[in-house]
Design a protein around this ligand. Structure first.
Ligand SMILES: [Mg+2]
Length: 177
C-alpha cells in the first residue's frame, strides 16, 4: 500500500504563520474565517501575493507550527501500514526548508516528492492520499483513489460519501482497515 502524505495544512500549520504576517499588513483574519480554498478572493488578496507570502513563511520554517502534537509518533505508526511518501505541491525553492522542517519534527517518511501543482498529485501512483485541499480531493476521487481529508476550515463544506474525513492523523489507521 502506497500512501501520499501532504505537508501544508496536514502536517505543517503554515496558514498560522501566514496569518501572523498578513495580520500585520492587512485587516485581521482568523483561521476559522478561511472557509474556502480560494479565500483570498473574498478578502481581496492577490493570489500571487498570497502564494509568495506562503513561500516566504517557509523560509522561516523554524517558526511554522505543527498541526498537532506527536507527529513523530503518528507518522512512525503510519509507516507500519505501508510506504509513506511526502507528496507536496510547492515552489521548488522551498523544498529544502520543508525537508528541514520534517527533520526537525522527526517525521517518518520514505520518499520526498514535490510537484508543481496540487491536482497533479492525482496522476501519481498512490493508493491513498492524505490531504486537506478540496480541489485535490475531487481530483483524487475522479482517479478512484482513497481520499483521507484532513479537516480544516477550508474543506469543511466538502461532502462526498467516498471521502474519509479525519480531525487527527491517528484516525488514519481506522479509516483504511
Ligand atoms: Mg495541503
Amino acid at each position: 500500500m502506497k500512501i501520499a502524505l501532504d505537508v501544508d495544512g496536514v502536517l505543517a500549520d503554515v496558514i498560522k504563520s501566514w496569518l501572523s504576517y498578513s495580520n500585520t499588513i492587512r485587516p485581521k483574519i482568523s483561521k476559522h474565517e478561511i472557509t474556502d480554498w480560494e479565500f483570498w478572493k473574498k478578502f481581496q488578496i492577490n493570489r500571487f501575493d498570497f502564494y509568495e507570502e506562503l513561500s516566504s513563511c517557509w523560509k522561516n520554517w523554524y517558526s511554522i507550527p505543527p498541526t498537532e502534537e506527536n507527529l513523530s509518533t503518528v507518522t512512525k505508526n503510519l509507516s507500519n501500514l505501508g510506504q509513506v511518501d511526502i507528496v507536496t505541491a510547492r515552489e521548488k525553492s522551498t523544498d529544502s526548508f520543508v525537508k528541514n522542517w520534517l527533520a526537525h519534527h522527526n517525521i517518518s517518511y520514505d520518499n520526498y516528492v514535490s510537484v508543481v501543482d496540487g491536482p497533479m498529485k492525482a496522476n501519481l501512483d498512490y493508493d491513498i492520499f492524505i490531504d486537506d485541499s478540496p480541489l485535490n480531493a475531487t481530483k483524487f476521487l475522479n482517479h478512484n483513489k482513497t481520499v483521507i481529508l484532513y479537516s480544516q476550515p477550508w474543506n469543511e463544506h466538502m461532502y462526498d460519501d467516498r471521502i474519509h474525513r479525519i480531525t487527527n492523523l491517528s484516525e488514519v489507521e481506522d479509516k483504511i482497515h
